[in-house]
Write a protein that binds this ligand. Structure first.
Ligand SMILES: Cc1ncc(COP(=O)(O)O)c(C=O)c1O
Length: 442
């Protein structure tokens, strides 16, 4: 193909921009952070994406987490096709939603779950429930943790640690964030300070079980236990957002790594991504006494036309049943191999880097390792986005679809076999040199 010829992706992107803001239905897909035209994907199988121009890519996005088993897994597909043949939505209770709830409760500390259609809905509903249960209204969150586009959580820190937040985007009224406190991640002193000052008004603290939305920034040892204990001391609820980590970081989510052995459990948890098997399904759940405050058992209202949709819950159930220990062992091996490949290639290219992981999730920061681990959003913000853009495009040219943003986890699946992994490893050295060259020019 001559470089000047317009590709089908380019044609579609031009049409998309004429009908949809930015040409995409979720901003990070647009390549704004790395430049260029997003590839329009026609089909996917296993670890591979095929775009509308016929190019194949090893997929390191995996739909931003959900595709734990890889694309078009035959058993998930068969279950979904059978479900579709039975009709796609009834607005009544169904068997798959009971079985998926049982499977989630078997794996996690959640004693009751309620299904919704997106992670945003899950965190929004968990916060309403926490407020309804405690009769309080202040919410604590961490800078760099993303919990979906809930108004009160699209908040930036106020001018001091214990001051209330300001809207993080136009369109969010000040009144929506004036009950939100935003703290630096991994900072126990900051948590102690706001609970000392506002403890009797705090309904809940919400945190990603292990943040993956500022790149992967694992909690320091004991941090989640400390948060759970602090909440308990002050009569607030501890809400652990496992939308990204749930059934991906380990078979039981990040709680399975961090909480199980230490014997603590969140009061509420949120789930999404993997548990929907590639369909729009999510959930929130937790302590039975808290969940029983939810309508119709209790007074806190929450509802959804497509919540617990039979096709989506069938896909999620098939996925979780296939997500065995062997799958997580495989994900660990693939992640470790890719991380080692990154370190080797970046070191050889003289490209400063920090690679961090949380269970089977990992990400790459193009930042000075002599400054130590990336512990919070300020540290993560040091990553070199221009160098990442060069890395991204060199990898894309070589047939590897990385996340088009320097602040995202790299996701792998059970279908990432030796050929897929080798394709990534082969692409890394030249891409690392391209990124290093950009750094030299700066
Ligand atoms: C930790 C976390 N919580 C919540 C959400 C929001 O989920 P959704 O995009 O399904 O609304 C996300 C999405 O990336 C997430 O990573």
């Amino acid at each position: 193909m001559s470089p000047s010829r317009t590709t089908v992706s380019e044609e579609l992107f031009a049409r998309a921009r004429a009908v949809t803001p930015g040409g995409v239905n979720s901003p990070v897909r647009a390549f704004n952070a790395v430049g260029g035209t997003p590839r329009f994907i026609r089909s996917a199988s296993g670890a591979w994406l095929t775009d509308v121009d016929g190019n194949d890519y090893v997929d390191l996005i995996c739909s931003w987490g959900p595709m734990l088993l890889g694309h078009a897994h035959p058993e998930v597909q068969a279950a979904v096709q059978a479900a579709v043949a039975r009709g796609t939505s009834y607005g009544t209770p169904t068997q798959p939603e009971v079985e998926l709830a049982e499977e989630i409760e078997r794996r996690t500390p959640a004693e009751r779950v309620r299904f919704v259609s997106s992670g945003t809905e899950a965190t929004m509903s968990a916060i309403r429930l926490a407020r309804g249960f405690t009769g309080r209204d202040v919410v604590v969150k961490f800078a760099g943790c993303y919990h979906g586009h809930v108004d009160s959580l699209l908040a930036s820190a106020g001018s001091g640690l214990a001051t209330f937040a300001v809207p993080g985007t136009p369109g969010v009224p000040v009144s929506s964030t004036e009950l939100t406190l935003v703290l630096p991640y991994n900072d126990r002193a900051a948590v102690e300070k706001v609970f000392a000052e506002h403890g009797d008004r705090i309904a809940c603290l919400i945190t990603e079980a292990a943040p993956g939305n500022m790149g992967v920034v694992p909690p320091e040892p004991g941090f989640n236990a400390f948060l759970a204990e602090t909440c308990r001391t002050h009569g607030a609820l501890f809400v652990s957002d496992e939308v990204m980590t749930g059934f991906r970081a380990s078979a039981q989510g990040y709680w399975g790594i961090d909480g199980k052995a230490e014997g603590w459990a969140p009061d509420l948890m949120t789930f999404g991504k993997v548990m929907g098997g590639g369909f729009p399904a999510a959930a929130f759940g937790g302590r039975a006494d808290v969940m029983s405050r939810l309508s119709p058992e209790g007074p806190v209202y929450q509802a959804g036309t497509l919540s617990g949709n039979p096709v989506a819950t069938t896909a999620g159930l098939a996925t979780l049943r296939l997500a065995t220990d062997e799958v997580y062992d495989h994900l660990t091996r693939v992640s470790e191999t890719l991380k080692a490949g990154v370190v080797e290639a970046f070191t050889a290219a003289g490209l400063p880097h920090v690679v961090q992981s949380a269970g089977t999730m990992f990400s790459v920061f193009l930042t000075d390792p002599s400054l130590g681990a990336v512990r919070d959003f300020d540290d993560a913000s040091r990553t070199d986005s221009a160098a990442y853009a060069a890395l991204f495009h060199a990898m894309l040219e070589a047939g590897v679809y990385l996340p088009p943003s320097a602040y995202e986890a790299w996701f792998v699946s059970a279908a990432h076999d030796d050929r897929a992994v080798q394709t990534v490893l082969d692409a890394l050295p030249a891409a690392a040199r391209a990124a290093a060259a950009v750094q030299e020019e700066q």
